[in-house]
Design a protein around this ligand. Structure first.
Ligand code: AMP
Length: 406
């Protein structure tokens, strides 16, 4: 009845169909996805491991076309019927999507073993490890470009009525053109597979650090709870793959968020981006922006990059208790090398030694020019080091931290 109402009222509206409403998963998958003959596939190497088996890189030959690089997810031998159903469910979901920021399904192999899900190949792998490999190496505009893509993909998915429930940098893939695509469309796997998921008191398994309070408390998942997770992805991106809430326990994360604390702006993160994150983390889900509004805000920032220049780092001074726990206490660092390791800038140890910076006492008097003169050329690294120097100085002087202008 509801569907009839929707179809009559919004004839152009398209909704995604939950494959679990089909009794036979093979029927569901063939409703949406094309079967590919195994002989068209050449597996070349293993690139990862998924819940159901290995993930491989390979090439797919299509009649009359050049072969194309693909990623292949395999279903390992000895699977149960439920595993097969869940494995194929992801393909059935993916097959319904068609958007440049959502991973594209090429097809499935179900008529021979092993069963495979074939998707476009994403050269740079998952976003979290990609960012960690390139710590500090992108401009803010490039980072906003990545985020814009994710928000566009999520706008498309939420318009189709699809709720992701596990939006996190580890579930975004990056191709060679730095285009981000939303991936990981399992349903039950969201609750069972994710290493970051933990059991809640209500019995569900949820990736606590990425999940909105109402979804943790009473499993109220919605596009608005996806927006909360998107805010956490923004934070992951602007901190180059830092773990949200660092080493706080899940219990402390839930408690801190409940008490109103929010993740501070990562070092060098422009104020408007942190403001957008805070909007995504509004307690009242109706107050959070919608994905299409997020795209609009990011587009404006990309068009007017001067708005991204205000380096209101550490704007989180209004949440001191989380800050105290979160930001490294530099008093525990005994040497310049230890400090550089703490801020993940260990690669500059020789530069500091050659520049004569032997003690932290020397370091805290450094300015931006001094850092450049040491030969730190990457802007992101200069900012990271400078912000840390300022923070150390503030900790030593035991006074509030100034904002950084670089
Ligand atoms: P998943 O089971 O989807 O989490 O995949 C496991 C890992 O395989 C991911 O973390 C990626 O590193 C890699 N992977 C999955 N799909 C692709 C793809 N389409 N292109 C490149 N790498 C992929």
């Amino acid at each position: 009845m509801l569907m009839l109402f929707i179809l009559v009222s919004f004839p152009d509206a398209r909704f995604y169909i939950d494959p679990h409403t089909y009794e036979d998963p093979c029927q569901a998958v063939h409703e949406f996805a094309r079967e590919i003959e195994a002989s068209r596939i050449k597996i070349e190497k293993i690139i990862g491991s998924g819940e159901f088996g290995e993930v491989c890189y390979g090439r797919m030959r299509l009649p009359g076309k050049r072969d194309i690089p693909v990623a292949l997810k395999t279903l390992k031998a000895g699977y149960t019927e439920k595993q097969k159903r869940d494995f194929l469910a992801e393909a059935s979901i993916m097959a319904q999507f068609d958007h440049p920021n959502v991973i594209r399904l090429e097809g499935v192999v179900t008529q021979s073993k092993p069963a495979m899900i074939i998707t476009e190949y994403m050269e740079n792998g998952s976003l979290d490890s990609f960012l960690r490999r390139h710590d500090g190496q992108f401009t803010i505009i490039q980072l906003v470009g990545l985020l814009r893509g994710i928000a566009a993909g999520m706008t498309y998915l939420s318009d189709l009525g699809y709720i992701h429930r596990d939006l996190a940098a580890r579930n975004i893939l990056v191709n060679s053109n730095l285009v981000c695509k939303v991936s990981d469309f399992g349903l039950s796997r969201v609750l069972e597979d994710d290493p970051d998921a933990a059991y809640t008191t209500s019995g569900g398994k949820i990736p606590i650090r990425w999940t909105a309070p109402e979804a943790i408390a009473y499993r109220k998942f919605s596009s608005s709870s996806d927006v909360w997770s998107y805010g956490v992805v923004m934070w992951e991106v602007t901190s180059y793959g830092e773990r949200p809430y660092w080493n706080l326990t899940n219990r402390d994360v839930i408690k801190s968020v409940e008490e109103g604390y929010r993740l501070p702006a990562p070092m060098g993160c422009p104020g408007p981006l942190h403001t957008l994150m805070l909007d995504c983390w509004q307690k009242d889900r109706n107050e959070r922006p919608r994905f299409c509004q997020i795209v609009t805000v990011l587009d404006k920032l990309i068009r007017n990059p001067e708005n991204l220049k205000s380096m209101d780092t550490l704007c989180s001074l209004n949440s001191p208790s989380l800050m105290e726990r979160a930001i490294p206490d530099f008093s525990s660092c005994n040497s310049v090398n230890e400090w550089l390791d703490t801020i993940k800038m260990g690669r500059y140890k020789d530069h500091f030694a050659a520049g004569g910076y032997q003690t932290l006492g020397h370091v805290i008097s450094m300015n931006q020019g001094d850092i450049q003169r040491l030969g730190v050329t990457l802007m992101g690294h200069q900012k990271k080091i400078m912000t840390s120097v300022q923070l150390m100085r503030a900790q030593v002087l035991n006074k509030s931290v100034p904002s950084v202008h670089v």
